[in-house]
Design a protein around this ligand. Structure first.
Ligand code: FAD
Ligand code: SIN
Length: 537
């Protein structure tokens, strides 16, 4: 089937939905999303969205905190406009029906403001500890009621369609994105989506690692597709490990929000001793890279499997009211956080790098935009400040809308004939077990060799293994019919390689990238991004 639309949005997290709602003012929007429409990293966001809201806060303070956290690599102009445009975008979310938790009567601000690591002020708007699902609820309701928006659930984008591949011209400046091949998972058919503008909003890459806070959708599909299409990719070495993921053999990917530490939670060793004072003056509320590395060091020293996060000294009613979701989830695993400490470990959480975009979310490929976690805007530099990613997504979705509004009246229909997806030579696989073995091997290899602490030797070891797995997957991909699992495996393998290559390039330690062979920051040579593309890898 061929589907023609003005805007093709890949992904239905905060970035895709907030762009789609605005773009529907201009034309038709097709949203292809690989699971149910609310399933996304956005849906699991707990802490909230950072923006200057309290009268005592200042744009300058939020800018300073973001820059400090980013360890010298943030683009200052980007930080400046994202922070300043924040309050307007928050108002837009409110207008679209998002209900943030209100402050107690008599407070200086209307909304209750949380605090998280690296923030010098309380500035995180939240919906208790379920901010992301509240955002998804409101935006999906808004999008569903718009006749110009059509959502295709269980539709997985396989690859972008590039004009060079259709016309046979070499990849050049006129190479344009025309749409995407998308697998309808339920009917096992690949459809051709053709659009004037294509918006990648496919989110992050947590599933590249064995232990992650991310849900199953986070398989870095957008980054891998953009890379294959010829997009520039930057700063993939900066993987943010969240310090506090629940440690329990049956708990899959459950985050214990940094807001718990923001409200007084303290990190302790199993012996009950505190340790963060040895690492940073902000102690348990230090920036995430510092806390995750400190926990990693303490765990390696003690041989223990987890540390503890203790907020049991706070009033029970306060905990129940502020963290109802975290309380309930911990209780399901037999942990009552109002009376005992929670066992936690660091886990892969957020990708600071991604597809390079300009101030309007445009990639180096004509008509292809990248918004949200899939993109690298320059806001986060070497380490993202907590709760700045939801903010980045809404600011850039708006900016991309402004840009397409300027171009829309002159934009051309796609006039070339696009061939349907073809796998004429492919057959049904009789050894699907290869997919699950490779899946497991990549994630373990990345966790062991490209984790919080790296070395040249570990990176080289990872590169050799990932290269080999990539070759094996390529062969498999040519021979057999595609499935969701195979597509996702191919994408995590490609992205793992991009992470390793960027990590090998950066011969220093900065922010989220720590290499024991170059333990110091090198501002003379490395105050710059790592950038790769399929031409340079
Ligand atoms: P996502 O919300 O991940 O959406 C991606 C969408 O793309 C999904 O709908 C997915 O199904 C779809 N998709 C992916 N691949 C394909 C494909 N091939 N074809 C079609 N569809 C596809 N940030 C904050 O600022 N504050 C927080 O409090 C916070 N808490 C977090 C808590 C957790 C547990 C996690 C995991 C992240 C948290 N983050 C937080 C980070 C933040 O949630 C994400 O960075 C942000 O939501 C990303 O939004 P997005 O729209 O770019 O991507
Ligand atoms: C959290 O609630 O700790 C996550 C916040 C974030 O990732 O920005």
């Amino acid at each position: 089937m061929e589907i023609k639309t003005d805007f093709l949005v890949l992904g239905s997290g905060i970035a895709g939905l907030s762009f789609a709602i605005r773009a529907a003012e201009l034309g038709t929007v097709a949203i292809a999303t690989k699971k149910e429409k609310s399933e996304s990293n956005t849906n699991y966001a707990q802490g909230g969205i950072a923006a200057v809201h309290d009268p005592s806060d200042r744009f300058e303070y939020h800018i300073r905190d973001t820059l400090l956290c980013g360890a010298g690599l943030c683009k200052e102009d980007v930080v400046d406009f994202v922070v300043r445009e924040g309050p307007e975008r928050i108002q837009e979310l409110l207008d679209w029906g998002v209900e943030f938790t209100k402050a107690k009567p008599g407070s200086s601000s209307i909304y209750d403001l949380g605090r998280e690591g690296g923030h010098s002020m309380r500035r995180v708007l939240h919906a208790k500890d379920l901010t992301g699902s509240e955002i998804e609820r409101a935006l999906n309701e808004k999008a569903s009621s718009n006749p110009n928006i059509h959502v295709y659930e269980n539709h997985l984008a396989v690859d972008l369609i590039m004009s060079s591949a259709i016309t046979g011209e070499a990849n050049g400046p006129s190479n344009r994105c025309l749409g995407a091949y998308v697998l309808d998972i339920n009917h096992n058919r690949v459809h051709t989506f053709i659009a004037k503008y294509i918006i990648l909003a496919t989110g992050g890459a947590g599933k590249v690692y064995l232990i992650t806070t991310n849900p199953d959708i986070a398989t870095a599909d957008g980054i891998a597709m953009a890379y294959r299409a010829g997009a520039l990719i930057s700063n993939m070495e900066f993987i943010q490990f969240h310090p506090t993921c629940l440690y329990h053999p049956e708990a899959k990917s459950f985050l214990i929000s940094e807001a718990v530490r923001g409200e007084g939670g303290i990190l302790k060793l199993r012996s009950g001793e505190t340790f963060m004072e040895k690492y940073h003056p902000m102690k348990s509320l230090a920036p995430r890279d510092v806390v995750a590395k400190a926990i990693d060091t303490e765990l390696k020293k003690s041989g223990e499997e987890f540390v503890l996060l203790d907020i049991s000294h706070k009033d029970r009613e306060f905990i129940l009211n502020r963290f109802p979701n975290i309380y309930q989830k911990c209780l399901e695993f037999g942990i009552d956080m109002t009376s005992e400490a929670i066992p936690v470990v660091p886990a892969a959480h957020y990708l600071c790098g991604g597809v390079v975009v300009n101030h309007y979310g445009e990639t180096n490929i004509e008509r292809l935009f990248a918004l949200g976690e899939v993109s690298c805007t320059g806001l986060h530099g070497a380490n993202r400040l907590a709760s700045n990613s939801l903010l980045e997504a809404v600011v850039y979705a708006h900016r991309a809308f402004v840009r397409v509004s300027e171009m829309f009246s002159q934009s051309r229909e796609v006039s070339v004939t696009i061939p349907p997806w073809g796998q004429q030579q492919a057959i049904e696989s009789d050894e699907s077990v290869v997919v699950s073995h490779n899946w497991d091997e990549i994630r373990r290899c990345m966790w062991n060799y490209v984790g919080i602490v790296r070395s040249d030797k570990r990176l080289e070891r990872a590169k050799r293994r990932i290269d080999m797995i990539n070759r094996e997957i390529d062969e498999y991909y040519q021979q057999f019919f595609i499935t969701k699992d195979l597509i996702e495996l191919r994408n995590i393998a490609t992205t793992a390689l991009l992470i390793v290559r960027c990590a090998q390039m950066r011969k220093e330690s900065r922010g989220l990238h720590y290499n024991i062979d170059y333990p110091e920051k090198d501002d003379v040579n490395w105050l710059k991004d790592t950038t790769i593309s399929r031409e340079t890898i």
